[in-house]
Design a protein around this ligand. Structure first.
Ligand code: PEP
Length: 249
């Protein structure tokens, strides 16, 4: 199976710098030079139109970094899945740890957002992960199981149509990466939870995220249950993001 390599630009960029970054990805001819990776970028809402136009006819998909749990209505500041889809987006990240911690998003809200994304034809990339304190208290499995369980309960048969990203909070933007063995152990646990809930969910891609760089990507991607990566900081430099996509063997 091809690896899935997704960039999360977070709240970075400008119309000019985004154009340069995307041109760098286009020039890298990833369809040929990284044939074992499907590549996407998840961008701030306001850039969806620019990104859609720049990536038109290219093999690089794109998405948002969040989506409303609601279909439409009086929800000032929110963006509906239908609006995101209208630009040709394929993905919507939901439950990133920065939204769970800075915006108080509960596992139930994240599950509702995943469901709303699916209802509009978007593939939700559901992020789960433990803090350092939780890891040190041996709560990693309990934490990611609770986060995933809400999604399992909400989605039913559509569970097979999502992407899950395991992002240990202590590894995001810190330069600390989970070792390939640590990541693999959690991925195997997540896979078992998914398959236990729905056999067809065996096909759900499990991405690892947390300080993935060109020099550690290949080893992470070589693990049996790591199907790709969600890349933050390193997705802002075309050369690094391209190198990570090419690390998918
Ligand atoms: C992320 O924000 O999803 C992420 C993994 O960030 P970084 O690669 O910078 O750790």
């Amino acid at each position: 199976m091809k690896k899935l390599v997704v960039g999360n630009w977070k709240m970075h960029g400008s119309r000019a710098s985004n154009g340069e970054l995307l041109q760098g990805l286009i020039d890298a001819n990833l369809a040929q030079s990284a044939p074992n990776a499907d590549v996407a970028v998840c961008v701030p809402f306001v850039y969806l139109a620019d990104v859609a136009s720049k990536l038109s006819g290219q093999s690089i998909a794109f998405g948002s970094q969040d989506v409303s749990a609601h279909k439409q209505g009086a929800y000032t500041g929110e963006v509906a899945g239908s609006m995101i889809r209208e630009f040709g987006a394929k993905f919507a990240i939901v439950g990133h740890s920065e939204r769970r911690s800075y915006h108080g998003e509960s596992s139930q809200l994240v599950a509702d957002k995943a469901k709303a994304a699916l209802a509009e034809g978007l593939t939700p990339i559901v992020c789960v992960g433990e803090t350092l304190a939780q890891r040190e208290a041996n709560q990693t499995e309990a934490v990611v199981a609770e986060q995933l369980q809400a999604v399992i309960a909400a989605l039913g048969a559509q569970l097979a149509d999502i992407v899950v990203a395991y992002e240990p909070v202590w590894a995001i933007g810190t330069g600390k990466t989970a070792s390939p063995e640590q990541a693999q152990a959690v991925h195997a646990f997540l896979r078992a939870q998914l398959v236990g809930a729905l056999p067809a969910a065996a096909r759900v891609p499990l991405l690892y995220g947390g300080s993935v760089k060109p020099d550690n990507a290949a080893e992470l991607f070589a693990q049996a249950d790591i199907d790709g990566g969600l890349i933050g900081g390193a997705s802002l430099k075309a050369a690094d993001f391209v190198a990570i996509a090419r690390a998918a063997a």
